[in-house]
Design a binder for this molecule. Structure first.
Ligand SMILES: [Ca+2]
Ligand SMILES: [Ca+2]
Ligand SMILES: [Ca+2]
Length: 594
């Protein structure tokens, strides 16, 4: 069975983006396959999501407040988990046009010349520019605010770790002590290129649209990003202990050994952090619960220490206030300013003429991918260039350009031109791929307020792009190793040859998807690096053996593939799984090494 996992790895290059929305690609969900059939080169892009055809909405709640909901939450609210509502209530103008045109694969083409959302751009123009044709606030004329996207791993691996034990004091939902781990928010924002001198404030957003605003510097009324907070002491009282029916949870392991009145010392001092772990465990991912409310606190949570340290006070709603720490409306209820499931951080002010981040479109996708976007007042420049055929010098349309970090990507227009505005200053590796051409990479350095020109000439390459190259193009040794396995092992059996062919049939789609999804790309790269030593020794005749960790990394990729593959690719994976199940693969791949 060992070689099966290598095939899984080969198949894992059929990588696609994680699904942004749980309902998308659900069993029986009939429209996304039609979209992918109509626009095969857009599978896995931002347009390949619920938000293409669906919208958010708002309602007035019981306390007379208007609540605005993103696409997912609005669908849950108006259509319902039980699908008892009217689905039409969730459609945007483009979704309506699609339904009226027959809700078929052909319906997409038949409404291309329309301007469904009335933003002056036709549906065709919008789709070509990866703008939503059903959202007038998103159109090809908008310049996105300067921005940078971080994954959880990037934050963990590249930025300072700060651990702090503190009280989160609430008004009425129960207090608790915990040790949070994360990056000091200030350090993160500096890394993201914040233009500190001109920054006027910082807001953290969760995907349900809730937000909190922080000051940059101490001295104002709000919790602040820069600097440390006053040292606190530990407040313990047996009556307050939740374990005894009180209102404060002392069960965290980090509470052990502490006594009432102890100073709480924190290395580096208490800071406002963007936390990703609590008492040693990754934060529970945020999700929409049965009441359609955000539950959980991860991937990221802002944790502000108390400005005025004090004890955990009784719930405001508790009948019995005759306790050691009764409810005090003036106490520092810092938990109320701790934003759970942060997906976006806006640094004020937004540069003039640039568009705000739209959490309707992006929020839950960031939760799924364990990412956060930081945008606004950042030191930035642009990347601009052309992609041409190396031989004929003719422009290549629909080539994809993606940076190795920061979440930047673009597609070329009919003139082979592309622009990525608002790229945070720094150095990047760009990967350019186009169907029928060899993938190419180049290094660029973006300077403040300047446009870095990146022109590419691509050579035609075997009629296909290479997903492995798009993931590990810089590692020539690894590429050679995999090609060697293909030629010396897979090519020795008819089934091996079949699977190699299958890989190339889907190569163009896989590459595009891998290029668009930094998350998947990094998963693929991790899997490749993990198994490389085993492939290497297997080629020396030792047989291929993979351990649990290697298999886990491979399965990670496969799971992502299964979630969001195009129908064509899905069928290939289904065949592969069947061959795996009934033993066809185990017996069909010749282990002879040439
Ligand atoms: Ca339009
Ligand atoms: Ca639009
Ligand atoms: Ca309290």
């Amino acid at each position: 069975m060992k070689k099966i996992y290598l095939l899984l790895l080969v198949m894992c290059f059929t990588g696609v983006c994680g699904t942004a929305n749980a309902a998308y690609h659900h069993m029986g969900e009939a429209d996304s396959p039609k979209f992918q059939e109509a626009y095969p080169d857009l599978a896995g892009t931002k347009l390949d999501s619920c938000t293409l055809c669906h919208r958010g909405g708002s309602y007035v709640d019981s306390s007379n407040k208007t609540r605005t909901l993103g696409t997912c939450q609005w669908c849950h609210y108006s259509y319902g988990y039980d699908a008892s509502g009217d689905i039409k209530e969730t459609l945007n103008s483009y979704g309506n046009d699609y339904v009226n045109a027959g809700r078929s694969t052909g319906a997409f083409a038949s409404i291309e010349s329309k301007d469904s959302d009335g933003d002056t751009y036709t549906n065709k123009q919008e789709i070509a520019a990866l703008a939503f044709p059903g959202d007038p606030d998103d159109n090809p004329g908008k310049i996105p605010a300067p921005r940078i996207v971080y994954s959880l791993d990037e934050i963990k691996n590249n930025l300072p770790l700060h651990k702090e034990f503190l009280l989160l004091n609430t008004n009425r939902s129960g207090d608790f002590y915990a040790e949070y781990e994360g990056v000091p928010l200030y350090d993160l924002l500096i890394d993201a290129g914040m233009d500190e001198a001109s920054t006027t404030g910082i807001a953290a957003y969760s995907p349900d649209g809730f937000s909190y605003v922080y000051d940059l510097n101490p001295g104002g009324k709000s919790y602040y990003v820069k600097g440390t907070y006053p040292q606190a002491s530990f407040y313990y009282d047996a009556d307050a202990d939740k374990a005894n029916g009180g209102w404060c949870d002392y069960s965290a392991p980090s509470c052990k050994g502490r006594n009432q009145g102890d100073n709480i010392t924190v290395d580096g001092g208490l800071k406002l952090i963007l936390a990703y772990a609590r008492d040693g465990a990754e934060l529970e991912q945020g999700y929409l619960d049965a009441e359609n409310k955000l539950n959980g606190e991860g991937t990221f949570r802002t944790v502000p220490p108390q400005l005025v340290p004090g004890p955990p006070d009784q719930l405001s709603t508790a009948a019995n206030q005759n306790v050691i720490w009764p409810y005090d409306k003036d106490a520092d209820h810092n938990a109320g300013f701790s934003e759970r499931t942060v997906v976006a951080i806006r640094i004020e002010p937004l540069p003039e003429g640039t568009a705000d981040f739209n959490w309707y479109e992006g929020g839950w996708g960031y939760v799924d991918d364990k990412k956060v976007i930081i945008y606004g007042n950042l030191k930035n420049g642009n990347i601009s260039g052309t992609v041409k055929d190396a031989l004929t010098q003719s422009p290549i349309e629909k080539a994809t350009i993606a940076a190795d970090k920061g979440g930047y990507s673009a597609r070329t227009d009919a003139a082979g031109a592309f622009t990525i505005p608002g790229v945070v200053v720094g150095s990047y590796t760009l990967t350019v791929s186009a169907s029928g051409y060899q993938t190419k990479t180049a290094s660029v350095t973006v300077a403040q307020d300047e446009t870095e020109i990146a022109d590419f000439s691509l050579s035609a390459g075997g009629g296909t792009t290479c997903p492995v190259e798009s993931v590990a193009g810089a590692d020539k040794g690894l590429l050679a190793l995999l090609r060697s396995y293909r030629d010396r092992v897979l090519a020795q059996s008819s089934l091996g040859k079949q699977y190699t062919a299958l890989y190339y049939i889907h190569a163009a789609e896989m590459t595009r998807l891998a290029v668009f999804s930094e998350n998947i790309r990094s998963k693929m790269a991790a899997a490749l690096c993990a198994v490389a030593p085993s492939i290497s020794s297997s080629l020396q005749g030792s047989g291929l053996s993979l351990n649990a960790a290697q298999r886990h990394k491979i399965m990670d990729c496969i799971q992502a593939v299964k979630k969001a593959a195009s129908p064509r690719l899905k069928a290939a994976i289904a065949q592969f799984e069947k061959d795996l199940d009934d033993g066809t693969l185990a017996t069909g791949i010749n282990s002879t090494i040439k």
